[in-house]
Design a protein around this ligand. Sequence first.
Ligand code: ATP
Ligand code: MG
Length: 435
Amino acid sequence: MRRSRAFIPTTKEAPSDAQLASHIFLSRAGFISQVAAGLYSYMPLAKKVIRKIENIIHDEMANVGAEEVELSFVAPSDLWIESGRIDKFGKELLRFYDRKEKLFVLGPTHEEMMVDLVRNRVTSYKSLPLNLYQIKTKFRDEVRPRYGLMRGREFIMKDGYSFHASQEDLDREFEALEAAYKRIITRLGLDFRVVEADSGAIGGSGSKELMVIADSGEDTIAVCDKCEYGANVEVFLNMDQLDEDFDANSITDIKEVKGDDKCPECNGKLSLTKGIEVGHIFKLGTTYSDALKAKYLDENGKAQSFIMGTYGMGVSRLVAAVIEQHHDEFGCIWTKATAPYSINIMVSNIKNEAQNTLGEELYLKLLGENVEVMLDDRKERFGFKMKDAELIGFPYTVIIGKELDNGTVEIYERKTRKKTTVLAGDIYERIMELV
Ligand code: ATP
Ligand code: MG
């Protein structure tokens, strides 16, 4: 892409309510634009990042034999009445009437819709297991939408649902999905922990969360320094003790509730850290299939409720989580797998013919190799363009400047902010090694 033609409206000012780095930098660097509370438009850079995350998810879902579907965003309220969730979900569920005065909801999650899709279509144990997923906009009228993409009202979620004929088969699928989710977050370049999410679930959980480690995380998690064990602190809480005044973020509160700080798995030392919940996998059992009367015939021809699992991942929240974990005072630092462009070519003075020619040549050559490359060909000052590049967070910027007279250019690495001098003749090979 040529920067002179790109729609990347960077600004000096952050939204007045922005506190988190991701909210500030994604807004300032021209990734997202707030439309109303909890509603955002994604601009081209954000779309690119989202697509990258989605591609990795699709890839890993194919690996575990999950199939993609797409369910309607608008759901008939009847299904929600049938499952009994219409009241439980309360005001988070946005409801409205169509012209025939029929009540609908905007899907905040799709258990009902998915069960409805499968029931009466899958009728035999022979067709099980089944794992269906989608990546789709969700709507939850959150009480306090905030922190930019971290807690939107409209947001993108990968939601998957599996159907089984036995608990053992669900257990197997759950493990496979946990492994797939770990691979996704690892491939995105994020430091994370899988934690027990369910209260009373210590030692063999039916509910796990994937937490991206970041100081700004809303969740407090206890992690073992010896083994892989981790748990949302909510797990340690006797729910009766959870009252209005309880502050889950206060270490003293947790110690009081818990009494000690030993790992239940290996007796190692537990310490507390902050995490962003980017994924949640859950063994549902027959809750929804019972409620919605979704049954299959078992080997003996007997009708049984599907045993189900549900697997959610916050795609738009992941965009924010990358930046929460990877930024500095100057802006975003995208990981290799998430960067909207891997290389930015900066022609320092576009009136200089030699600089311009090399920039163009390199740009076209990289495009030819399918490298995601930006050419900053704007008639702006070098310092201005450099600040912009740092704010956006391209992993590498090739600086073609005055030194070209001596036959060299520079590669600037965003993460370290270090420049390396490279012979102009070697720059193409060097870049191909980096991407
Ligand atoms: P939270 O406790 O953060 O509200 P949740 O328990 O309601 O999350 P789930 O219903 O398990 O979330 O949804 C699956 C995933 O969708 C979450 O792990 C999270 O990554 C993402 N998610 C949920 N709510 C939002 C939101 N308001 N904005 C962005 N992402 C969200
Ligand atoms: Mg929620």
